[in-house]
Design a protein around this ligand. Structure first.
Ligand code: HAM
Length: 414
């Protein structure tokens, strides 16, 4: 038997309705915020991510699916959605059009990580990228969209953590203070953090290694190093969230694993799905569009992992039930079979879910099959029913049976 590659999953027919539910809620929520869908390719030139996501990140250093195509170009399967959207925003000239521009996407992503519950090598994101405004209202709007999405899904017990990681200017002073603090314990840092020490010391703050966590416990806080503009921006974001009734906690250790962030960063974290509890993460990336050659256009967005959301929803049992089969037409004999085909065709035109037998099964076996499918009604047609232009309609929940005119069948299905 050929099996799935490690870190990938099938979505089987009995579960796909859960995905459709999350996707539908994502689209509907984005729509109410006036965001439009953007679709970018599943693979890009590697440079899009190495430049966009950042050379010092785990994603670029260790996790990308990168290969040379037959033309010798370095290609990478998208490890996240933002960089490709920014590439497209610049390449297709959207940055020169009406701003702000609000986009959203649903996309597969690929990261070569160690698989565990909630961590896959192919996973899926619902994300939004908003371009054009540096006002704190834009930050609050994006966070509110994330919160509304989670509320619309019925997600409970989830905490929003926010932080500001400042701009390049505030970070200079902060990096120095952080390095001075960490210097004393440099030898006890994990190898990865030793590497981060010079390249990107802030990332040491969200290392999962217990030793590193202990070392950074009393580290200086970025919030004490914000310049006056960044401070005022963060204050405004907080007051807008307060005014909108969005509850949050401030966590100065949230730095996010991607290099493009400035100022506001945020995560929605659940305690109920194990170690991989960050369901949704995002932040502001004001320099990214410029980095791709599109001018000084600010941006902010987030992405939620659909697999992690589904883990949460399964424990909350709040997913809408699958579309149910309303009518199963059970014919007896060839002539009745032709009539059954005609009936299901007519019924489906009314938007009703209908099915019939294609296995030449006997009537008992057809009932058994219809029951397994969860059919609400079964319509039986034998030679007698055929000659009288009727069907025998059975309500599978109540067991009630009645004779119904074949042409009026749809009126009897509730
Ligand atoms: P991220 O935090 O790397 O951010 O990923 C966002 C979400 O994708 C995570 O919170 C998680 O739910 C899901 N996720 C990430 N890696 C995996 C994995 N290996 N398996 C399953 N789920 C995973 C970004 O990707 C940014 N592009 C978000 C963003 C958009 N920031 C601004 N705009």
């Amino acid at each position: 038997m050929i099996t799935l590659p490690k870190g990938t999953k099938d979505v089987l027919p009995e579960n796909s309705y859960k995905w459709q539910f999350v996707e539908r809620v994502a689209r509907e929520t984005a729509k109410t915020f006036n965001a439009k869908e953007i679709r970018t390719p599943t693979f890009e030139h590697t440079e899009v991510f190495s430049r966009g996501v950042g050379e010092t990140t785990d994603i670029v250093n260790k996790e990308m699916y990168t290969f040379l195509d037959k033309g010798g170009r370095s290609i990478t399967l998208k490890p996240e959605g933002t960089a490709g959207v920014v590439r497209s925003f610049v390449e297709s000239g959207l940055y020169a059009g009406a701003l702000p521009l609000k986009t959203y996407y649903l996309t597969p992503c690929f990261r070569y990580e160690r698989p565990q519950a909630g961590r896959l090598r192919e996973f899926h994101q619902f994300g939004v990228e908003f371009f054009g405004a540096d006002d704190a209202g834009f930050d609050a709007e994006v966070i509110l969209l994330a919160k509304t999405f989670l509320d619309n899904l019925g997600v409970k017990n989830i905490t929003l953590y926010i932080n500001s990681i400042g701009c390049k200017e505030c970070r200079k002073a902060y990096h120095q203070a952080l390095k001075e603090y960490l210097q004393a314990n440099y030898d006890d840092l994990c190898d990865l953090c030793k590497d981060r020490f010079d390249k990107n010391p802030m990332r040491i703050l969200d290392c999962k290694n217990e030793n590193c966590k202990k070392i950074t416990e009393n580290a200086p806080s970025i919030l004490d190093y914000l310049c006056s503009d960044c401070k005022a921006h963060f204050e405004k974001v907080k007051s807008l969230l307060n005014a909108a009734g969005v509850e949050y906690k401030i966590d100065a250790k949230i730095v996010r694993g991607l290099d493009y962030y400035v100022r506001t960063v945020f995560e929605f974290v659940s305690e109920n799905i194990g170690a991989q509890g960050t369901v949704l993460g995002g932040g502001r990336y004001d320099g990214l569009v410029e980095q791709f050659g599109g001018g000084k256009i600010p941006g902010i967005g987030f992405a939620a992992g659909i697999e992690r959301l589904l883990l949460l929803l399964e424990s909350a049992e709040s997913i809408e039930k699958q579309d149910v089969l309303t009518l199963f037409v059970a014919p007896m004999g060839d002539e009745a079979r032709a009539k059954a085909f005609e009936i299901v065709s007519a019924i489906r035109k009314k938007g009703i879910i209908a099915d019939t037998d294609y296995m030449n099964r006997g009537i008992k076996a057809q009932f058994k099959y219809a029951d397994k499918l969860g059919a609400k009604y079964v319509a039986v047609i034998g030679s007698d029913e055929l000659s009288r232009g009727i069907v025998k309609l059975k309500n599978m929940t109540s067991g009630e049976e009645k004779e119904v005119c074949a042409d009026e069948l749809s009126e009897h299905l509730k």
